[in-house]
Ligand binder design. Structure first.
Ligand code: ADP
Ligand code: MG
Length: 490
C-alpha cells in the first residue's frame, strides 16, 4: 500500500475534526460522510440497537435526551458511567464510538485506514484523562497514537514552532462550543512549554446560541401574539429553535442580517429577522467574561500583554467577528493572529504528525518549583527552592539547611511551590503556595551548624518525595506535583 497519510484528530467537546497532510505538504480538513468538516461529538443510541454519531445525533439531543450523549470529553478520566437503554457505557467507550465514526468516514472517503494519528487534548488534562483518551483511540483501531496539547497544535498550525531560534511567548485564546481555554505558551525553536493554562469550563458557543434562541423566541412570541411560556413548553419548537439559533449565529459571522421562518403548532408560519448588532448586544457580557479570564491568566503568569508576541484566536466561536473586534479594543497593543480558528487544532496535529521528528521528543517536566520554608534572617520567612520547574523528569536535587536554634529537638519541613525559574534560590513567601508539611526529630545536641539534607525527587509522573536527613534521623513526605508535556529535547 501507499505510504500512510499523516493524520491529526481534534476530539472536541462539541465538535471533532480530522485533518491530513496533502501531497503539497499542506494540512487539509477531511469532511465526513455528511460532507461536514466538523462532526458534532454527539452519540445517539438507537433503541433498536446501533449508534449514530454527528449532526443527526445532535438533532435528537433535545427530543431524545435519554438516548443521546454529548460532551463526553468533560467526563473522560473520571469514573462516571452513562446508562442508556439499560446498558452502561464508560466515557472511554463513548469516545471510542465518536473516533470510530471519524476514522471510519476517513477510510470510506480516502480509501485508507487510519493506523496512526496524533490526537489533541487540552493542556490541563492530567495523566488519567490522557491515558483514557489514548485508550479510546486504541480501541477505535488506531494502533499508533500520539497525544499533543491543543494550544500547542494550534500554535503549530499558525506557523509557530518551525522557525529557527528566538524565544517567543504567545497566548492561545480558544473559544469552543462549550468551553473556553486560555494558555500562555513559551516557545524556543520548536520546543513548547505551557507557562499558564486556565479557562471557563462552562463558557462557549452554546451560551451564544442560547442567548440568541431566547431573543428569537421573544420575537416569535411577539409576532404570533403567543405568551412566551407557552412557546417554551413546546419541546419540538425548543429543539428546532436551538438548532436554528446556532445556524443563524454562524450566518451572522458573515452577514449583517439573517432571517428565517418557523411553523408553529397551530400551523401559523412566522417570519423573523435578527441583525448582527442585536446579537452582539445580547451577548457582549459573555465575551467580557472571556476577557476577564484572559487578564486573570496574565496576572497568574505575572506578565502583561506587553510580554506577549501574539494572541492566537482558536476555536469555532472565535469566528464570530465580535471576538477579534473585542480583542483589538481590549488589548490594542498585541498582535492578533486569526486564521481558520475552527480547524487550527486538527490541522496543527496533522502538521505535527508529519513533522520530521528526529530529535523531537515528548518529555514530562515539572510545572512548578518546589522548596521549603526557611527563616529569612530578619524575623520573617521565605522559600528556599530545591527542585525547579521545567526540568525533565525524573529529576532530583538536594540542599543543605541548618536548625534555627542551638539544641533544637525537631523541625517542621514545610513544602511550598512557586513559579520561580531555575537558579532563583529564594522566593518571597507571598509568591509561593503551601503544599504540605512533615515533622522530623533532630539528633540530640544539634546546633546551628548541624547539617540537615533535604532531597526532593520527582518521578516521571510527577510524584514528588521530599526527604530530610540529619544523622540517623529522617522524615519524608510525598506529594503529587503537576506535570506538563513538553516537546523537544532539553
Ligand atoms: P470544541 O473544541 O469545544 O468542540 P469548536 O472549536 O469545534 O469547539 O467550536 C464549536 C463552536 O464554534 C460551536 O459553538 C459552533 O457553533 C461555533 N462555530 C463554528 N463556526 C462558527 C462561525 N462561523 N461563527 C460562529 N460560531 C461558529
Ligand atoms: Mg476545541
Amino acid at each position: 500500500m501507499d505510504e500512510e497519510l499523516h493524520v491529526g484528530i481534534d476530539l472536541g467537546t462539541t465538535y471533532s475534526s480530522v485533518a491530513f497532510i496533502d501531497e503539497e505538504g499542506n494540512p487539509v480538513i477531511e469532511t465526513n460522510m455528511e460532507g461536514e468538516g466538523e462532526t458534532p461529538s454527539v452519540v445517539f443510541f438507537d433503541p433498536s440497537g446501533g449508534t449514530v454519531v454527528g449532526s443527526e445525533a445532535k438533532a435528537r439531543l433535545i427530543s431524545y435526551p435519554e438516548d443521546t450523549i454529548s460532551g463526553v470529553k468533560r467526563k473522560i478520566g473520571s469514573s462516571f458511567k452513562y446508562t442508556i437503554g439499560g446498558k452502561v457505557y464508560t466515557p472511554v467507550e463513548v469516545s471510542t464510538i465518536i473516533l470510530e465514526k471519524l476514522i471510519g468516514d476517513f477510510r470510506k472517503t480516502k480509501g485508507m485506514p487510519v493506523n496512526k494519528a496524533v490526537v489533541t487534548v487540552p493542556a490541563y488534562f492530567g495523566d488519567k484523562e490522557r491515558e483514557q483518551t489514548r485508550d479510546a483511540a486504541l480501541k477505535a483501531g488506531i494502533r499508533d497514537v500520539e497525544l499533543i496539547n491543543e494550544p500547542t497544535a494550534a500554535a503549530i498550525a499558525y506557523g509557530y514552532g518551525n522557525r529557527a531560534g528566538g524565544h517567543k511567548r504567545i497566548m492561545v485564546y480558544d473559544l469552543g462550543g462549550g468551553t473556553f481555554d486560555v494558555t500562555i505558551l513559551d516557545l524556543e525553536g520548536d520546543c513548547f512549554t505551557a507557562v499558564a493554562t486556565d479557562g471557563l469550563r462552562a463558557l462557549g458557543g452554546n451560551d451564544w446560541d442560547e442567548r440568541l434562541r431566547r431573543l428569537l423566541m421573544d420575537k416569535i412570541a411577539e409576532a404570533s401574539a403567543t405568551p412566551i411560556s407557552i412557546l417554551e413548553d413546546d419541546i419540538y419548537l425548543q429543539s428546532e429553535m436551538t438548532i436554528k439559533a446556532e445556524k443563524i449565529k454562524i450566518r451572522l459571522s458573515s452577514e449583517e442580517l439573517a432571517h428565517d421562518t418557523i411553523t408553529l403548532d397551530n400551523g401559523m408560519k412566522i417570519g423573523f429577522e435578527v441583525s448582527r448588532q442585536e446579537f452582539e448586544e445580547h451577548t457582549s457580557d459573555l465575551l467580557e467574561e472571556s476577557f476577564e479570564k484572559v487578564e486573570e491568566v496574565l496576572r497568574h503568569a505575572r506578565c502583561s500583554t506587553y510580554d506577549l508576541d501574539a494572541i492566537l484566536l482558536v476555536g469555532g466561536s472565535s469566528r464570530m467577528p465580535m471576538v477579534a473586534a473585542g480583542m483589538r479594543k481590549r488589548f490594542p497593543d498585541v498582535r492578533l493572529d486569526i486564521f481558520d480558528p475552527l480547524y487550527a487544532v486538527a490541522k496543527g496535529a496533522a502538521v505535527y504528525a508529519g513533522r520530521d521528528k528526529t530529535g523531537v521528543k515528548m518529555r514530562n517536566v515539572l510545572s512548578k518549583t518546589f522548596g521549603i520554608k526557611v527563616s529569612d534572617g530578619t524575623g520573617g520567612y521565605r522559600i528556599s527552592n530545591v527542585i525547579f520547574r521545567n526540568h525533565t523528569l525524573p529529576y532530583s536535587a538536594s540542599a543543605l539547611f541548618n536548625p534555627e536554634e542551638d539544641g533544637q529537638m525537631s523541625i517542621v519541613v514545610e513544602i511550598y511551590e512557586s513559579s520561580a525559574v531555575d537558579g532563583e534560590k529564594h522566593t518571597d513567601i507571598e509568591d509561593a503556595t503551601y503544599v504540605d508539611r512533615f515533622d522530623m526529630m533532630l539528633p540530640e545536641a544539634s546546633s546551628l551548624d548541624t547539617r540537615i539534607v533535604v532531597e526532593f525527587t520527582a518521578n516521571v509522573e510527577g510524584i514528588l518525595t521530599a526527604v530530610a536527613k540529619c544523622g540517623k534521623k529522617q522524615g519524608h513526605q510525598t506529594v503529587t506535583a503537576e506535570v506538563e508535556q513538553k516537546e523537544g529535547e532539553e
